[in-house]
Structure formats: structure tokens, C-alpha cells
Design a protein. Structure first.
Length: 274
């Protein structure tokens, strides 16, 4: 979950950006921000918990993954692997991966003080270093999916490493939010660009080098990428903002969250070979 700002006066633009430059920019950004991100959001996320989005709804409440006991789980875009440790605490066999070495260092720090430490591996989610049909479950909460240019490729990789009847469950910014100003107040309830404009959001330095990027897909795009990877979409969850959560997180807020969806959680399954 990021804190992207939409102020176009600070090296922010919308422009084409390929997969290699996206990965390079986002690796650097998360490497630089990993510790500060944990200091700001660590209490909210918990060290051994799976929080699906800024709404603050947890897997223990939503139960989107089913019973993880005894299952082989791959967490992609894991950040500091809070979700992986939660699943380990529930009896799963977990490997957590991320593009950022600094986020994984933070994960190792949390592993050291947890009873549910998990193996950590640095890799790109669109090129997973695992054999086909290795996992029962692939999971990510706001990790990887919005931060890659080739999200269709990511879906294919997730499908490749899943066993038959295995599941992919991921949360990401709700596509509807792309059309609105990314602000927590009333200005964030005003449409300011086309929902259908898929031009990436890019932060860049004075030389024009990308330093951060997010890629937009419509709901239809996400569905087509999932089904195009050979997966069956079983559910699309749009969590409502709970009354208990008064926190503002970047553009997410109680004001906006009670009127428009902020998070989308996609639940998909790899069908059996037969």
C-alpha cells in the first residue's frame, strides 16, 4: 500500500514506461523508503498479520484464503512479509518474496523477533524462480500487481506456479479510484481524469529518470488478465470502510472510503487439469 501523491508540480507525470524501467524505479523507491514506511505504517499492519488494504480489514475477518494449514504458500510483493508470517502462524508452509532488498531486510528484522519467521527471497514477481505447480496458494496484499507494467505476465507467472485447484488472491487499489484525485478530502471525490486512461503514473527526477511508477488497469482488464492466464475468477471483493477505522493513509480516508471503493480483492483458481 503506497502513499502516492498527485501533485503534478513535483516531478510527477503520466507517460509510457516499460517493464524494465518500472522495475528499476520501484526497486530503488522501496529500497529508499522501506524503513520509513515501516515506522509510519507498522503498527497498522502488524508484524504477523495479513491486512488486505487501508480499510484495515484482516484475513482473520474476511477469510478469503480458506484454511491455510498444511498448504504451500507463495507471498509475492511481500514488503516486510507480515502476511507471510500470519499465514505461517496459521500452519501454512510459506515463502515470501519481494523486489526490494531493503524491504526484505526489514522482514528479516521482524522475523528475528517473531515465532513465525518465514524464508525471504528477492525476485521480480513476473519472473518467479520456482518450478511449475509448486504452490497451493499465491497471495499478495497491495504488493507487486500495481507496480509492474506487465501485469498480464504476472498473472501468467502466478498461474504457472500454482497447482491444479490452487488459488491466487490479491488486493490492489480499486480501478475506479484512478479517475479521482488522489486526496483524502472532498477534492478526492471529484473525477479529474478518464477511468479508461491507462497511461502510467510516474514520478521522475530532474533528468527525467523514473523514480516510482504505478500502472492502472480497469476492472475488465484485470478480469481478462486473470482469465487469459487460464485462471477462473471466483470472487471480486470490494471491502467497505469500517466504522472503527479513523485513519487517513495517503488518499484513503473514512470520507472517501464510505462513498467509493478503495480496494479490490480478486480471488481466482487454477482449474484442475481434467
Amino acid at each position: 500500500m503506497s502513499d502516492v501523491e498527485s501533485d503534478l508540480s513535483y516531478g510527477v507525470t503520466r507517460r509510457a514506461l516499460d517493464q524494465a524501467d518500472t522495475a528499476s524505479a520501484n526497486r530503488r523507491w522501496w529500497d529508499e523508503e522501506a524503513h520509513a514506511y515501516y515506522l509510519e505504517h507498522g503498527d497498522f499492519l502488524g508484524d504477523d498479520d495479513l491486512v488486505w488494504g487501508p480499510e484495515g480489514l484482516r484475513e482473520a475477518e474476511l477469510g478469503l484464503l480458506g484454511d491455510p494449514r498444511g498448504r504451500r504458500v507463495l507471498e509475492i510483493g511481500c514488503g516486510a512479509a507480515q502476511g507471510g508470517r500470519y499465514l505461517r502462524s496459521q500452519g501454512a508452509d510459506v515463502v515470501s518474496t519481494d523486489l526490494s532488498a531493503a524491504m526484505l531486510r526489514q522482514g528479516r528484522t521482524l522475523n528475528a523477533r517473531s515465532a513465525h519467521g518465514v524464508p525471504l527471497l528477492q525476485c521480480d514477481a513476473i519472473a518467479l524462480p520456482f518450478a511449475a505447480a509448486s504452490f497451493d496458494l499465491v497471495v499478495t496484499a497491495y504488493g507487486a500487481v500495481p507496480f509492474v507494467a506487465d501485469s498480464a505476465g504476472l498473472m501468467r507467472e502466478a498461474a504457472r506456479v500454482l497447482r491444479p485447484e490452487g488459488r491466487l488472491v490479491f488486493s490492489t487499489t480499486h480501478p475506479m479510484r484512478w479517475a479521482f484525485a488522489d486526496a483524502p478530502g472532498p477534492e478526492g471525490l471529484v473525477v479529474h481524469q478518464s477511468y479508461f486512461d491507462r497511461t502510467p503514473y510516474v514520478e521522475q527526477d530532474d533528468s527525467g529518470r523514473a523514480t516510482y511508477a504505478e500502472h492502472h488497469r480497469t476492472v475488465g482488464d484485470r478480469v481478462r488478465e486473470i482469465t487469459g492466464a487460464g485462471l477462473v475468477l471466483e470472487d471480486l471483493v470490494e471491502p467497505e470502510w469500517p466504522e472503527r477505522n479513523a485513519q487517513v493513509w495517503g488518499g484513503w480516508s473514512p470520507l472517501r472510503g464510505r462513498l467509493i471503493p478503495g480496494t479490490a480483492v480478486f480471488v481466482a483458481r487454477r482449474p484442475s487439469a481434467g
